[in-house]
Design a protein around this ligand. Structure first.
Ligand code: 3HC
Length: 301
């Protein structure tokens, strides 16, 4: 069955090579998924060799885990490792059909990345962004071909979460959208088409959810009580564990985007901002026990 709003799949273009801009955790997870499910070469780019090496090493380690679990054969593991390569220049994207960026959440940075990508790719190459909240329409405003920009928003952990939010920008055309849906299907994701709006749909809902937990703590509910209040609803993880998985800096950025768009409806937690400023990965320490300093920040300390 065709997902709601998806154009006819006959419009989809074939994808024979993928480019991924950024070699951070999200980008590396995406690179592995593209290689595994599309079985095409995937090139990662980043600003320096150390980051690239880290990204490729992450992919190799995940491939070894899949091999260890018996999910793939030794041959498949070798093939996957060979499919994912790193390059310091975007020239490696010249023959790519689908380039996705997962760089820092900053509009100017993303616009610059796409300007550089557009200078090397073919006119029909799809440009996709994994942004968690920024406007597609603004991101594409300086492109020569904004009709091939589409939002392709994965959820953490990329290998596991079935959901894929596909965002149609103001200019996105049907061929681009059809290609995005076809790629989503090959990746075995459940794609939903959403409008270009601040934080789209999923992060808008999650931000409300997280915001209310944080407010409860602000108002005096002990953090460990608020974090475990929903345990018996069967959610896969507690709200503060989810914040840690996503990363407080990403959570903060999404809430800032929503606050800028809807100031009367979304606030920005000062405690979350303090947690980010303190460089904490979340409220839990390495052994999953609460980090007293992080808890003190959330509790107004
Ligand atoms: N990479 C690859 N595989 C991973 C992984 C990762 N980072 N994390 C977990 N997995 C795999 C495990 O290897 C395991 O696989 P197996 O069954 O083949 O052995 C499987 O997932 C289950 O993992 P665990 O047994 O360790 O743990 P859980 O059963 O508790 O599941 C979880 C972990 C999948 C993270 C689950 O807790 C969950 O679904 N949590 C909710 C996550 C969520 O809501 N994500 C969305 C965040 S919002 C977002 O990303 C948007 C952004 O814009 C902010």
């Amino acid at each position: 069955k065709r997902p709601a709003g998806a154009p006819d799949k006959s419009l989809a273009r074939k994808v024979t090579k993928v480019g991924v801009v950024g070699a951070g955790l999200m980008a590396s997870q995406m690179a592995l998924l593209f290689a595994r499910r599309l079985e095409v070469p995937v090139v990662l780019t980043d600003l320096d060799q150390a980051r690239l090496d880290k990204g490729v090493a992450y992919v190799h380690a995940e491939v070894d885990k899949l091999l260890g679990k018996g999910r793939i054969s030794g041959d498949q593991a070798n093939r996957l490792k060979a499919l994912v390569t790193g390059s310091l220049t975007k020239d490696a994207f010249a023959d790519a059909d689908f380039v996705i960026e997962a760089v820092f959440e900053d509009m100017k940075v993303k616009q610059k990345v796409f300007a550089e990508v557009e200078a090397v790719v073919s006119e029909t190459c799809v440009l996709a962004t994994n942004t968690s909240s920024l406007s597609l329409t603004e991101m594409g405003s300086e492109l020569r071909h904004p009709e091939r920009l589409v939002g392709f928003h994965f959820f953490n952990p990329v290998a596991v979460m079935p959901l894929l939010e596909i965002i149609r920008g103001h200019a996105t055309d049907d061929a681009t959208l059809a290609t995005a849906f076809a790629v989503g299907k090959s990746l075995k994701k459940s794609s939903v088409l959403v409008k270009d709006a601040p934080a789209f749909v999923v992060n808008r809902l999650l931000t409300r959810f997280m915001g209310e937990v944080i407010t409860a703590v602000d108002e005096g509910t002990p953090l460990e009580v608020a974090d475990h209040a929903l345990d018996d609803l069967g959610l896969p993880m507690t709200p503060f564990a989810l914040l840690q998985l996503v990363g407080p800096a990403v959570g903060l950025h999404v809430s800032e985007t929503l606050h800028a768009a809807f100031p009367e409806r979304f606030g920005v937690s000062q405690n979350m901002a303090k947690l980010v400023a303190a460089g904490k990965p979340g409220v839990y320490g390495a052994d999953f026990s609460l980090d007293p300093e992080a808890v003190a920040i959330f509790s107004g300390g």
